[in-house]
Design a protein around this ligand. Structure first.
Ligand code: FMN
Length: 312
């Protein structure tokens, strides 16, 4: 039976990420949209497919010294240092307002050990109004000698397996982009019960000031995001889509509806929008209208039909 669109244009933007139904594939990316509520005076949050909140840890974190962001050709670097109010304060202060909106709220979580990841899930698990968890496995991992959870597939398996056991909610795993073979961490996530993988986080980078011989940011460990990373990350989405069956959420450098369509054609079920919010806080909401216009022009009636349609 043909699906009936909920939009006057007749274009059906609804997508599914595993068991989660989204009204459209546009999701605000973690760390670029606060806890959502801060944007509510600028943006109609109900229009977004979803919102991923700033990464949450068990305890509040002060983050890295400033400066924390710097514009680069085709993008930006950041070293925020995962500053956040902590999972308990999020539940008490932000979630009650955020859950009133008709959009999927996804909690991005991280820890410095597997135990800490599980602790964050325990704090959030009974809270009402969360649609899924997004496990950020690209942060420093002290338990494993400075390696990252997202670069060693064995460690990826361990953290995903523990998070899976701790939670009844859909579990998305946000992969690190700078790995030899994305298939390994994508497959490790899928086989430990992840509902989706999110591809990907920022690229480890260095941005310095030559006369000072110093990093332009308060830390030498910075992450590159924005338009510059789009083609590389889209390649990772495509490669992962060839080897895993679970849905992929694509993100990296999305600025236009064409970018969204390209990610979906490469194999993504939905996308997240990050750095574009620093140019325009309404970027993701505008993309919903622009994507509808793109579909009309392309004569695509259902956005989900585009998924994985790249011709070999
Ligand atoms: C300022 C800033 C803060 C971020 N904070 C987080 C975070 O807390 N957790 C996370 O998983 N990703 C974080 N990210 C990564 C983004 O969610 C996204 O993966 C990355 O920026 C690539 O997408 P983009 O090119 O559209 O920005 C952050 C990115 C930026 C620019």
């Amino acid at each position: 039976m043909a699906r009936v669109s909920d939009r006057p244009s007749g274009v059906d933007l609804r997508v599914r990420v595993g068991t989660l139904h989204l009204k459209n594939p546009i999701i605000a990316a973690s760390g670029t949209f606060g806890y959502g509520v801060e944007f509510s005076h600028l943006v109609n949050l109900n229009r977004l497919g979803g919102i991923v909140v700033k990464g949450l840890s068990a305890q509040p974190m002060a983050g890295a010294p400033s400066p924390r962001m710097h514009e680069t050709p085709g993008g930006m670097v950041n070293a925020i240092g995962l500053q956040n109010i902590g999972a308990r304060a999020f539940v008490a202060e932000k979630l009650p307002t955020l859950r009133r909106y008709d959009t999927a709220v996804v909690a991005n979580i991280f820890g410095q050990s597997i135990r800490e990841y599980v602790e964050v899930i325990r704090i959030l698990e009974d809270a009402e109004g969360l649609a899924a968890y997004e496990l950020n496995i690209s942060c420093p991992n002290v338990e494993h000698g400075g390696a990252e959870f997202g670069t060693d597939p064995v460690v990826t398996s361990q953290v995903v397996s523990s998070a899976r056991k701790a939670s009844k909610r859909p579990l998305w795993v946000k992969l690190a982009p700078l790995v030899g073979n994305i298939a390994l961490t994508a497959k490790a996530s899928a086989s430990e019960g992840a509902d989706a993988v999110v591809i990907a986080n920022t690229y480890p980078a260095l941005c310095l000031e030559s006369h000072d011989r110093r990093s332009r940011l308060g830390s030498t460990k910075v992450g590159l995001s924005g338009a510059a990373i789009k083609p590389i990350t889209m390649r990772l989405v495509y490669e992962a889509s060839q080897v895993i069956q679970i849905p992929i959420v694509g993100l990296g450098g999305i600025q236009s509806a064409t970018d969204v369509a390209e990610y979906i054609i490469s194999g993504a079920s939905a996308v997240e929008v990050g750095t574009a919010h620093f140019l325009d806080p309404r970027a993701s909401v505008k993309l919903v209208d622009d994507l509808e216009a793109w579909c009309l022009e392309d004569k695509t009636n259902e956005i989900s039909m585009l998924r994985g349609s790249l011709k070999a």
